[in-house]
Design a protein around this ligand. Structure first.
Ligand code: NAD
Ligand code: FE2
Length: 436
C-alpha cells in the first residue's frame, strides 16, 4: 500500500494540527463485572443506569446491576429510550436525569442507549433550551460549556462505536431528519467493552451494526484529508471530526481487516464468539477513527432512506415499530458512493478494498471504485442485506424526495473528498436502487 501521507501536506489555509479524543477503555470478556469498581473509582455514589426495554431483563443489565450493588453504588434504571432516538425520547431522558440528581451515568445498550445517556447527562449537567446544543445550522450549535458528569458506557452491539465518540444522534421529529449533538465533552469517561455481550445479538442486529462499523472505517479513510478541511477552526475550537488523518487511517485499516474476515461469520453463526469478539474490537477501532475523521456520504444519504421508508420491520428490533436500522440504511448507499468518490482518491479506495479482502494486486487506479463496491456487495449478499433501495420499496420516482431529505445533512456530506451537488445526490440514490 503506497503511503497516503502526501494527502496530509499542509496548505497555507490549513489548520496546523489535529486532535483525537477517546475514552479510557477496558476490553475483554467479563469486564461488565467491573462496572461497580469503575463507578467507585469515579467517585460515584448514585447513578442512572440507562438501557432499553429489550435489554432490561438481559444478563448484561443483570451483570452491571450486580456489580454496582456489590460496590454499594445506588442506581435507578431508565429504559424509556427509543430504539433510534427521537426529539421526544431525548427530552424525556433529559428530564429524568435532571430530576434524579445523579452524580454519574452508566449505559448498557447499543448506540440508541449510549446516545440517549450522553444527551441526558448533557442537559442535566448544563441545562439549556433543547435546540441550543443541536448541530448548526439545524440547531444553535452552542459549545458545551464544561465537563459532563462521569459516564461509564457498556456497548452491547458490535457496530456504532458510540462508547468512544462525542456524538449523540437522534431524529429531529419536526423535520423528520437525523441530526445530533457533537462535542468532545460527550465522550464517555470510561468504556467497558465486553465481547461476551454479542452472544445474544440477533443476526439482523449483528449485520446492521457490523456494516455501520465497516462504513465508519471506510468513510474515515476516504474523508477529505484534514489539511483540506473547509473553514478550519483551531485549538480548542477544532471540531470533533476533522477529516482523514494518520491516526484514523491506521485504526480504520485495522478495523476493515477484521470486518473483511469476520463480519459474515459473525452474522451467520451466533455462537462464533471469536468472530463476534473481533467485530466488537473493530467497532471500537472504527469508532475512534470516525470520531476524529468524520463520516461523509454513506451516512449523509442514509438518513433520508430511513426517514422516508414506511412499514419496514426486522427481527431483533422492537416489534410494531417501522424501522430501517441505521447500519442497513448506511450500507445500502455504500457501493453507489464508492463508485462516485473513488476517482478522487483511488489509492485510498483500493486500500479499503484490500483491507476488506478484495484481490487488488493488479488493480489500476481506475478499478478502485469497482474493487471496493464489488467487495461490499459480496458481503451484503453473504449476510442477507436488501438488494439496494428498491428492496425497501423505492423507485427512480423517489430520487428527488431522497435528495431533498439529504439536504439537512450537508454538514456531514461536505466531509466527502469531492464537492457534491443536488444532481449528484439524485444520481447516487438512482445508482443505489439495485446492485445485483
Ligand atoms: N453516537 C455515535 O457515534 C453513533 C454512531 C453510529 C450510530 N449511532 C446511532 O446508534 C443507533 C443504532 O445503534 P445500534 O446499531 O447499536 O442498535 P440499537 O441500540 O438501536 O439497538 C437495536 C436493537 O438491538 C437490541 N440489542 C442491542 N444489543 C443487544 C444484545 N446484546 N442482545 C440482544 N439484543 C440487543 C436492542 O434492544 C434494540 O432492539 C442509531 O440511532 C444510530 O444513529 C450513533
Ligand atoms: Fe453510523
Amino acid at each position: 500500500m503506497p503511503c497516503c501521507h502526501a494527502d496530509f501536506a499542509l496548505t497555507e489555509t490549513s489548520d496546523k494540527a489535529f486532535t483525537v479524543g477517546m475514552p479510557t477503555f477496558t476490553f475483554g470478556a467479563g469486564c461488565l463485572a467491573e462496572a461497580g469498581e469503575q463507578a467507585l473509582e469515579q467517585g460515584l455514589k448514585r447513578v442512572a443506569l440507562f438501557t432499553d426495554q429489550g435489554l432490561r431483563n438481559s444478563v448484561h443489565v443483570a451483570a452491571v446491576s450486580a456489580s454496582l450493588r456489590a460496590a454499594g453504588v445506588e442506581f435507578v434504571i431508565y429504559d424509556e429510550i427509543s430504539v433510534e432516538p427521537t426529539t421526544a425520547s431525548f427530552q424525556a431522558a433529559a428530564r429524568f436525569a435532571s430530576e434524579g440528581k445523579f452524580d454519574g451515568y452508566v449505559s448498557v445498550g447499543g448506540g440508541s442507549v449510549m446516545d440517549t445517556c450522553k444527551a441526558a447527562n448533557l442537559y442535566a449537567t448544563h441545562p439549556a433550551d433543547f435546540m441550543s446544543y443541536v448541530n448548526a445550522p439545524i440547531g444553535g450549535g452552542q459549545k458545551v460549556p464544561g465537563p459532563l458528569k462521569p459516564h461509564i458506557a457498556c456497548p452491547t452491539t458490535a457496530g456504532t462505536g458510540s462508547e468512544t465518540t462525542g456524538i449523540a444522534i437522534f431524529n429531529l421529529t419536526d423535520i423528520n431528519a437525523k441530526t445530533g449533538i457533537i462535542s468532545r465533552r460527550l465522550i464517555p469517561t470510561v468504556a467497558l467493552i465486553d465481547p461476551a455481550v454479542t452472544l445474544t445479538l440477533p443476526a439482523k442486529v449483528m449485520a446492521a451494526s457490523g456494516f455501520d462499523c465497516m462504513s465508519h472505517a471506510l468513510e474515515s479513510l476516504t474523508a477529505r484529508p484534514w489539511p483540506r478541511r473547509l473553514n478550519p477552526a483551531r485549538g480548542v475550537n477544532r471540531p470533533v471530526s476533522q477529516g482523514a488523518n494518520p491516526f484514523s487511517d491506521a485504526l480504520a485499516g485495522e478495523a476493515l481487516r477484521s470486518v473483511g474476515k469476520f463480519l459474515v461469520r459473525a452474522v451467520n453463526d451466533a455462537s462464533d464468539i471469536d468472530a463476534r469478539t473481533e467485530m466488537m474490537f473493530a467497532a471500537t477501532q472504527a469508532g475512534i477513527a470516525f470520531n476524529a475523521a468524520g463520516c461523509h456520504l454513506p451516512h449523509g444519504l442514509s438518513y433520508s432512506v430511513s426517514g422516508l421508508t414506511r412499514d419496514f420491520h426486522l427481527d431483533g428490533y422492537p416489534p410494531r415499530k417501522s424501522l430501517v436500522p441505521h447500519g442497513m440504511a448506511v450500507v445500502l448507499n455504500n457501493p453507489s458512493v464508492w463508485r462516485f468518490t473513488a476517482p478522487c482518491s483511488p489509492q485510498r479506495h483500493l486500500h479499503g478494498a484490500a483491507c476488506l479482502g478484495a484481490e487488488t494486486r493488479d488493480a489500476l487506479p481506475q478499478d478502485a471504485g469497482e474493487a471496493l463496491a464489488g467487495r461490499v456487495v459480496e458481503m451484503m449478499q453473504a449476510t442477507g442485506m436488501p438488494n439496494g433501495l428498491s428492496d425497501l420499496g423505492f423507485t427512480l420516482a423517489d430520487v428527488d424526495a431522497l435528495a431533498t431529505g439529504s439536504e439537512p445533512q450537508y454538514r456531514v456530506i461536505r466531509n466527502a473528498p469531492k464537492e457534491v451537488s443536488r444532481d449528484d445526490l439524485k444520481s447516487l440514490f438512482g445508482a443505489a436502487m439495485r446492485y445485483w
